[in-house]
Design a protein around this ligand. Structure first.
Ligand code: 6GU
Length: 225
């Protein structure tokens, strides 16, 4: 997989890719992530990427020309499966979308800033519009980092234990069950006895029940669909 991230603030999004699981995935060549600073695609002396909106109103709008130049250059080099625009009015991201995107080859992610991009960018280039939740961030960069983390960890070989993504919360529309490690008893609090039984079907059944109970209490909406 290759991800090209288009942004006016590369320094805001780079660090998550320089640590931990994402760093290792890049080092092991399981994914390539490239950052493109929109200011490098500007045509005027001021390197403007935004301007006032037609019709008036507060807030700047990202102009189409630098975005067109950047996307066109990338598309001249390879084919892309999706051009994703990060925006609070997009489809709300979830595990199902992460699973779907993790199977793609080449992705462009465009980070919105200010009031957002000129509508013609969305009409002309964007194939998917994604939000990470119903709250507003100052830009799409942190949302893009969240999206990339969720996608990249699903690529085979990225997680040490390849089965572990399959037992994540949400993979079966249920929350994960409680987990324990040593010590067996801490300040009087004991680990549930069933986990020492060695009876794996029984342990699986207990975990399934716990997952269901937890989901019912915390996220009954997940049980509806
Ligand atoms: Cl993708 N961008 C911004 N600016 N705010 C958000 C978001 C995206 N998703 C949730 N809030």
């Amino acid at each position: 997989m290759r991800i090209d991230i288009i942004t006016v603030l590369p320094e805001l999004i780079k660090s998550p890719f320089e640590a931990s699981i994402l760093k290792r995935a890049i080092e092991n060549k399981l994914v390539e992530v490239h950052f493109h600073n929109l200011r490098d695609y500007t045509t005027d002396n001021y390197k403007s990427v935004d301007d006032y909106q037609f019709g008036g109103g507060a807030g700047m709008v990202m102009m189409i020309e630098p975005i067109d130049k950047c996307i066109s250059e990338l598309k001249s080099q390879r084919a892309y499966d999706e051009v994703i625009y990060m925006t609070p009015d997009g489809t709300v991201f979830n595990q199902q979308i992460a699973n779907h995107l993790s199977l793609k080859g080449n992705l462009i992610i465009l980070c919105g800033h200010y009031k957002g991009v000129d509508q013609r960018v969305r009409d002309l280039f964007v194939t998917k519009e994604i939000s990470i939740g119903d709250y507003v961030l100052s830009g799409g960069e942190l949302a893009a980092a969240v999206l990339c983390d969720a996608i990249i960890r699903l690529i085979p070989g990225v997680l040490g234990n390849e089965t572990s993504a399959l037992t994540d919360s949400f993979q079966d529309n249920l929350l994960a069950p409680p987990i324990y490690t040593r010590p067996r008893e801490y300040k009087g609090m004991k680990v549930p006895e069933v986990l020492f039984s060695g009876n794996f079907p029984k342990i699986e059944k207990w975990r399934d029940e716990q997952s269901y109970q937890r989901t019912k209490e915390r996220r009954p909406d997940l049980l509806d669909d």
